[in-house]
Write a protein that binds this ligand. Structure first.
Ligand SMILES: NC(=O)c1ccc[n+]([C@@H]2O[C@H](COP(=O)([O-])OP(=O)(O)OC[C@H]3O[C@@H](n4cnc5c(N)ncnc54)[C@H](OP(=O)(O)O)[C@@H]3O)[C@@H](O)[C@H]2O)c1
Length: 249
């Protein structure tokens, strides 16, 4: 059996780290990507190696296309293949519409939307060498509904979801399956950057029809389903994992 390889961007912590560890448990060798959190990335690598799998740690700001190209060059040199790409890394400026500046917009769009296009191009080149692969991106409810201070990130996630549909069609001929998972609020470090964190958590705890907040593992379970062969006929979709909160007015 050939050893399969999965890249998870932003896997130094949170949902990305949990996905990397789950994929390692499923037998994949892992590429861990991060931008600033070297310690977190190395800890993820240690956990993966303890599971008996290989971990390649690559620092690359996915908002920068040159860094993306170097990252994939390294993956090609070390593993020579890629079977799974989880587009998880995200960042963004949380401001009301009237306070958003061009640099905030560019930063957010580059990391959350542009990265998917240019990573998917590079991933597709590696995947098609071995007959195909799977791409799953992580989105959020702000792509389809209003969230306070979330304009730049919400629009970047809407672009990511639209791009997921285009990639699903054009990469299908290379046997590459492309989808996304969108989540309600999950209590990770990402929420520390939300000016209204406490309010958001309280609302999610109180109002989610499922009676509890979405947890990291709920997101990972949906990602794993989209990476499994059971979902092969699902293409270009964004599955919402939010305990039903987006169904409320
Ligand atoms: N938490 C939520 O409520 C929630 C809800 C729905 C969807 N999501 C989505 O789930 C995904 C993961 O979120 P999370 O909550 O796990 O976030 P998190 O804990 O803040 O982790 C974000 C990860 O992305 C990496 N990252 C950030 N900017 C990067 C860049 N420019 N290049 C490469 N890596 C970068 C971070 O690494 P460094 O520290 O090294 O930069 C970190 O590993 C995101 O796409 C997010 O939008 C989150």
């Amino acid at each position: 059996m050939t050893q399969k390889v999965a890249l998870i961007t932003g896997s130094s912590r949170g949902i990305g780290k949990a996905t990397a560890i789950r994929l390692a448990k499923e037998g994949y060798d892992i590429v861990i990507n991060y931008a600033r959190s070297k310690k977190g990335a190395l800890e993820t690598a240690q956990e993966i190696e303890a599971l008996g799998r290989q971990a390649l740690v690559i620092k690359a700001n996915v908002g920068d296309v040159e860094k993306i190209k170097k990252m994939f060059q390294e993956i090609n040199e070390v593993y020579g293949r890629l079977d799974i790409f989880v587009n998880n890394a995200a960042s963004g400026v949380q401001r009301p519409v009237m306070e958003l500046e061009e640099s905030h917009w560019d930063w957010t769009m580059n990391i959350n939307s542009k990265a998917l296009l240019f990573c998917a191009q590079e991933a597709a080149k590696l995947m098609e060498k071995n007959g195909g692969g799977k791409i799953v991106s992580i989105s959020s409810l702000g792509a389809i509904r209003y969230l306070e201070n979330y304009t730049a990130v919400g629009v970047s996630k809407a672009a990511l979801e639209a791009l997921t549909r285009y990639l699903a069609v054009e990469l299908a001929e290379k046997s590459i399956i492309v989808n996304a998972v969108s989540g309600g609020a999950v209590d990770t470090e990402a929420l520390k950057h939300f000016p209204n964190r406490d309010e958001l958590l309280a609302e999610a705890k109180e109002k989610t029809p499922a009676g509890k907040m979405v947890e990291i593992e709920d997101m990972v379970n949906a990602v794993m389903f989209l990476l499994s062969d059971e979902s092969n006929m699902i293409r270009g979709q964004t599955i919402i994992v939010d305990g039903g909160i987006s169904l409320l007015v």
